[in-house]
Design a protein around this ligand. Sequence first.
Ligand code: C2E
Ligand code: MG
Ligand code: MG
Ligand code: MG
Length: 289
Amino acid sequence: KKAKALKQPIAFYDQDDDKAQYRELLIINGLPKGLKQDQLFMVFQPKLDIKSGQCKQVEALIRWQHESLGLISPSEFIPLAEQTGMIDILSPWVLDNVLAQQAKWRNMGIYVNVALNLSSTDLDNPNLAVDVGTKLSQYLVPAESITIEITESALMISLEQTIMTLNQLRDIGVKLAIDDFGTGHSSLAYLRHLPVDEVKIDKAFLDEFETSKAAKQIVKTSIDLAKNLGFEVTVEGVESKSVLETLHLFGVDTIQGDYFAKPFTASEFEHIYPQLNYSQLNHPQIKHP
Ligand code: C2E
Ligand code: MG
Ligand code: MG
Ligand code: MG
């Protein structure tokens, strides 16, 4: 009986599975070297403050120009870094990079808040706030000039430790935002327990925005509730002027998306900054230099 069972194939050999696993290995094993050889870098996506028409903040997004795989998306390598623990070297690198950039920009007279993304595992570190505080003083960057974005799903993992860490970060003056709101199956009412300044509504909610009245109503209701709870509201993934204008009517504070501006490299951003630094009530699009 046993011999017969052994003859049954356990799974079909799948070349694509092999390729995917090989790619994952290349990514995971290549990360330390990638960091050492400057294959990783940050890009910065300007956010538009709808009411003033100004850009007061950019979001720092990581990119990896891999030596053999080409440009890899963070949606691919961040989850792998989280699964393997590599995020513990990646997140400090992001923090250093963003703070060094901030220090440089402030010296150039570019005063813009920079938002960066952290992972749920970073929030499990009880020393996070102390580490962040130490780095802020090291780079002479005021705490108010950075925002830390945490995904809603990260909060679901260990809420108590997370809230403690968020409170400590807030105490040192760092701004906090809940990212990808609406994707983590938590209710808006639960938000009121979180010590955060801003809620970023996930771009998935805009998918049916222009074709479905119900989808539009859900966005409007979420915005109203978040605003009534005292949060600043950002909607991400805004790709057209008509969506931007509807969101303006809905009372959204800030929008982020390819319509206003795509992510820029640091030097591109320095180049377009003068264009961003005045009132833009007609909501123009910012193009790459
Ligand atoms: P996120 O934090 O929600 O960032 C917004 C994502 O939406 C970015 O994708 C941005 O390029 C994209 N986006 C912005 N506007 C538009 C638009 O109008 N249309 C479309 N289709 N997309 C738009 P990106 O840069 O690929 O990053 C994906 C995710 O990877 C981020 O989502 C974030 O969760 C994660 N990530 C990126 N950089 C970092 C990092 O430095 N550390 C960590 N832990 N995660 C990061
Ligand atoms: Mg984000
Ligand atoms: Mg987001
Ligand atoms: Mg997202």
